[in-house]
Design a binder for this molecule. Sequence first.
Ligand SMILES: *Cc1c(COP(=O)(O)O)cnc(C)c1O
Length: 374
Amino acid sequence: MTDASIPFLDVQGITQLVREDLDLRWKGVLTHGRFIGGPEVETFEARFAEYCESRHCVGVANGTDALELVLAALGIGPGDEVIVPANTFVATVEAVCAVGARPRFVDVEPDTLEIDTDAAAAAVGPRTAAVMAVHMFGQMADVDRLVPLAQRHGLAIVEDAAQAHGARFGGRRAGSVGVAAGFSFYPGKNLGALGDAGAVVSSDEALVARIRQLANHGRASSGRHLHELRGRNSRLDTLQAAVLAVKLRSLDADNDRRRWAMRRYRERLPAGCLPLAEHPRAEPVHHLAVVQVADRAAATAALDAAGIGWGLHYPVPCHRQPAFVEFADEPLPTTELAAQRILSLPMSPTLTVAQIGRVCQVLDQATGPDRRPP
Ligand SMILES: *Cc1c(COP(=O)(O)O)cnc(C)c1O
């Protein structure tokens, strides 16, 4: 890469901003030596629950585990169906399959690519137990419509908030709407650890206690050698909790920088690169800067030539993945069409005016003003 290159995501740059603070916290953990279940875990859990405007948080090993543990603790399993938008990262589907339930794929809204409530309503059947409200790309799903649907049918709403730390919809924070929410702190997320990490957030005290127990070998709170549930090991490391507590302090400022960058993209992008729509009640945190282009091959070739990073989220929808074809009940045209057109542009809180200008200039030359997707 040359000096002029623009990374897709500047993980290194983001980490350096808090380097001194991180060094201090790491040393604290090295000194006390409680690498599992140290005081930093409890501190981070309390702060993150508060940040999400929810009551409780349990740190776990990663975001996929967080979703699986929520479903398991709700008692969802074989014989149950869970509604999942086909436009999501495969982890959402993996969590459903891991508890033995059946994913029921539904389509997304054409302008936002978030789960389509009407499609979800049409998919409800006698076996439906829950809806995965996936908040894609940093924008929350339309929970104004999903919550009443779930209430009408007695379904649990499980939020997949892995891409939406700090987002709001109608004033409500991601993580505070469903019965519980799973968060990922994979390094590339808006709140990222220095490795794998995740959390469940919920205001249901009994559910949270059960998840805490399941994630710690089913161990009873009354005794270290008493295992009441068939659990597993999915704990948040003390070192990662220490890192996350530091990075949580700048999450709002980082999200503001992402919003600024997205506004600037909207002003400068050529007509041939159409950013996803924002619902008027949504306050997204722009985990990804997704546009739709008619000729993606031309756009990516030009970006490559200019040393500009890009991504595809996701080129093969979940119901078209070999692992999940047995659950592909019907074609999902909006998801399938979008999969061919979506393109994720560089997005980081460290993005500069000049970098955004350069990305837009390269795309302008590659896509031209007359190549707007119909
Ligand atoms: C990242 C992600 C996950 C999974 O998180 P991991 O921590 O990588 O297990 C789940 N759902 C969505 C939508 C994600 O983007």
